[in-house]
Ligand binder design. Structure first.
Ligand code: CA
Length: 239
């Protein structure tokens, strides 16, 4: 398999089950993405270093190198660490999902998946990476202006009214709202809010989350619990 230079966005599918790999490739190519397949984790790392794709779809159960290990090595190499990674996981592998997200994977799709869900996740991952590559703005506007976060002045406006959050609550909300649609584990939230030496526990994160939701009123529904994994800021499903 060769990755030739092209003007099209490129995706590397790392998956040893041919039917799944071909299915993913088919749907990516239909949307104008130049997708190629490898079944080897080691080969994926070589290819990514040689010619970084715009997206990696990474199965976690590979014959040679575990997908989590592939992700870890990608993220510790400067040449490959900014490649968006979406993991393919077996259902019920919450520990793997959490480990992958904490290693820097952007998202995951559980097998069996619907092509629509798969493509939405993949396109989201690529789009968000593009957005996050730009300079972060001081003022984050979400939900068509229903929520405005001014990170310079530490002020949150919800449905036009200023609301009062503690510093921890503010940082938690900001952490989630900065990456709309992406799940953050409790550990990631703690690290983002207070750094690795925090005394916050996963349990206190839940308590703070309850308080934030209450203060945000109807907008609080944007803070979704992802069962067994963590939290996500979602712009879907809010009127
Ligand atoms: Ca597999």
């Amino acid at each position: 398999m060769a990755m030739t230079p092209t003007a099209l966005p490129t995706a590397l599918i790392v998956e040893d089950e041919p039917e799944i790999a071909e299915l993913v490739k088919f749907h990516l190519q239909r949307t104008g993405i130049d997708a190629s397949i490898t079944r080897s984790g080691r080969r994926a790392l070589e290819l990514a270093r040689h010619s970084p794709p715009n997206l990696m779809v990474l199965d976690l159960m590979l014959p040679d190198l575990n997908g989590l290990e592939v992700c870890r090595r990608l993220k510790e190499n400067d040449a490959t660490k900014s490649i968006p990674v979406v993991m393919l996981t077996a259902s019920g592998s919450e520990e793997d999902i959490i480990a992958g997200l904490e290693m820097g994977a952007d998202d995951y799709v559980t097998k069996p998946f619907s092509p629509r869900v798969l493509m939405a996740r993949l396109q989201n991952a690529m789009r968000k990476r593009g957005v996050s590559a730009t300079q972060p703005a001081d003022i984050l506007t979400r939900l068509d202006g229903k929520l405005v976060i001014d990170r310079q002045r530490h002020v949150v406006t919800c449905l036009g009214a200023g609301i009062s959050l503690t510093i921890t609550e503010f940082e938690m909300l900001l952490t989630l709202a900065q990456r709309v649609g992406f799940v953050r584990t409790r550990k990631q939230i703690i690290a983002a809010v207070h750094g690795p030496l925090t005394m916050l526990s996963p349990r206190t994160i839940d308590v703070h989350m309850t308080a934030i939701r209450r203060k945000l009123g109807a907008v609080g529904a944007a803070l979704e619990t992802v069962r067994g994994v963590g939290y996500r800021f979602s712009e879907d499903g809010l009127e």
